[in-house]
Design a protein around this ligand. Structure first.
Ligand code: AMP
Ligand code: MG
Length: 350
């Protein structure tokens, strides 16, 4: 009797041992690629113990998806869905894709919650300034005034049942540059997780970082936060933050700007009330949370709100943390993230 019962136990144990051994002997593999998708550097790196071909296909599929989604959201590409909507939605309701509907709906929500600090209807103002193009300018006051203080997001009308959008006036155009990259990052993560079963990856879309799981060795990712005074010095970030499965989105005055003949800097994040680049004394804001679309909208809004109001706003949100860096190099973090921050080229205020 005793002997009989031992046989299956030994079998099971040796089978399990064999399975574990097979799993362990599969080497850790990775696949990565960097590409310029319109004007954003997209950098994707995935890890896994599966075969190399699957990892390579996962990266290829993510880039295909990034290109496909980019074609929806570009405000300047005449081939994009958003461009077509901007041309026609003030005449009659336009049927739009699920993706554009989702991002517009979220944009209006953030515009309302932030009283226009995040404003998706600044397209005409953004075009007027031309920051990031080859023809930036400080526009004349009388061109800026009619495009500021409008809260035009109240005039975007969405109909969920019909999946349409209608602009109640022709005074504005939509620009989703402050939120679309975050949405795209979320969709790439979803694709890698659901279709390729990736459990460890890091994706960077020009300042929007999103992670899947932990590092392949099971430890936290250690994400570098750029020092706004030395943005190209990737070896010496301002801070490192240890996290797993989160997204890190930074809005900063160093990312896209031009300087006039006196050396004054005009950057790309506008205060919708004044129509000028936001001047609150901040150089950058980084939001750390789970959903990159939310982090993206928030980083822009909080940058415009400034340190005091922005800090209070982030602290009122669940599961959302922030790092603020001001123009003197002083840096502040929300209490919930302080324990995960290591000083780099800057020092966090206590
Ligand atoms: P981000 O880098 O996410 O802060 O987004 C900045 C981009 O969003 C700019 O290049 C503009 O296209 C657009 N933008 C500028 N100011 C605002 C604002 N206050 N609200 C929403 N979008 C903005
Ligand atoms: Mg943003």
């Amino acid at each position: 009797m005793k002997c009989k019962s031992h046989i299956p136990v030994i079998l099971i144990v040796s089978l399990l041992f064999g399975m574990i051994l097979t799993g362990c002997t599969q080497p850790l593999r990775s696949s990565s690629s960097v590409e310029l998708i319109l004007d954003t550097i997209v950098d994707i790196k995935v890890y896994g113990h599966g075969d190399q071909e699957t990892l390579d296909s996962a990266v290829d599929a993510a880039f295909d998806k990034a290109r496909e989604l980019n074609l929806i959201f570009s405000a300047s590409d005449s081939e994009s869905e958003l461009y077509q909507v901007n041309e026609t939605a003030a005449h009659a309701p336009v049927v739009i894709s699920h993706e554009l509907f989702t991002v517009l709906e979220t944009s209006i929500d953030y515009a309302q919650k932030t009283q226009g600090a995040f404003d998706p209807t600044l397209g005409k103002l953004i075009e007027l300034w031309g920051i990031g193009t080859d023809h930036p300018q400080v526009p004349p006051e009388d061109a800026i005034t009619p495009l500021s203080g409008r809260h035009n997001y109240e005039h975007i009308k969405l109909d969920k049942a019909k999946s349409t959008v209608f602009y109640e006036t022709s005074d504005f155009c939509v620009d989703l540059g402050a939120i679309a990259k975050g949405y795209i990052a979320d969709q790439l993560k979803k694709l890698l997780e659901e279709e390729y079963h990736i459990q460890s990856a890091i994706l960077n879309l020009g300042g929007n970082t999103i992670t899947i799981g932990s590092k392949p060795d099971g430890s936290d990712w250690n994400i570098g936060i750029v020092n706004p005074k030395a943005p190209d010095d990737v070896e010496h970030p301002a801070f490192y933050i240890k996290e797993t499965g989160k997204t890190f989105v930074t809005s900063g005055n160093y990312q896209r700007y031009f300087e006039d003949e006196t050396g004054k800097r005009y950057h790309h994040i506008f205060d919708s009330n004044t129509g000028y680049p936001s001047e609150t004394g901040l150089d950058s804001v980084t939001i750390i949370t789970d959903i990159s679309m939310n982090a993206d909208a928030l980083s822009t809004a909080v940058f415009v709100m400034g340190l005091e109001q922005g800090m209070a706003y982030v602290e009122s949100l669940e599961n959302t943390e922030a790092i603020f860096i001001d123009s003197s190099g002083r840096a502040y973090a929300t209490p919930g993230i302080k324990g995960q921050v290591t000083n780099g080229s800057l020092t966090l205020e206590p």
